[in-house]
Design a protein around this ligand. Structure first.
Ligand code: SME
Length: 156
């Protein structure tokens, strides 16, 4: 799928997201299974951008439980309001963390992670999962990532 992307050399991050979005739309609209779609989205983001870790945590009762991901093994359960993921769930909005060491309560699944973005996935206004992306670079994520990753999460 992502091998069909036509991304020119030197393309900006926004151009890459713009190219990726319709491919992900085509891939997810023919599949109703939430887990299958999360798995392909995680894979496509990892393949396209080479992020250190890309994955989903699903809401289950008062916890988040690890879902489909790409990258090193990660923490399996996160309580409501805890860490970056639990905070994004509680607040119902995207969180950009430029330096994970400066986020009180950050849950370190891997010491290589330096910055992070977490985007809630919603269904009828309720958070059903979060998309979590970790980078091994400080200050990797900005409003462009937030805007496009939110659009990607809407596909789910
Ligand atoms: N850092 C996250 C935990 C999940 S891992 O980064 C994969 C957090 O603080 O919620």
């Amino acid at each position: 799928m992502t091998e069909n992307l036509h991304i020119p050399c030197g393309a900006s991050k926004e151009e890459i997201y713009r190219e990726l979005l319709p491919s992900l739309q085509a891939l997810t609209e023919g599949e109703s299974d939430f887990i299958a779609n999360m798995a392909n989205v995680a894979s496509a983001l990892k393949e396209t951008f080479g992020f250190f870790w890309v994955g989903f945590y699903r809401v289950s009762g008062d916890r988040l439980i690890l879902g489909p991901f790409q990258g090193p093994p990660a923490c399996t359960r996160i309580a409501y309001g805890k860490g970056v993921c639990g905070s994004a769930w509680k607040g119902g909005r995207t969180l950009i963390v430029p330096d994970v060491d400066r986020f009180p309560g950050h849950i370190a699944c891997n010491s290589a992670s330096r910055s992070e973005i977490v985007v809630p996935v919603k269904s009828e206004g309720n958070v059903t999962a979060v998309l979590d992306i970790d980078s091994d670079r400080l200050d990797h994520f900005d409003e462009v990532d937030a805007r496009y990753l939110e659009k990607i999460c809407e596909l789910l």
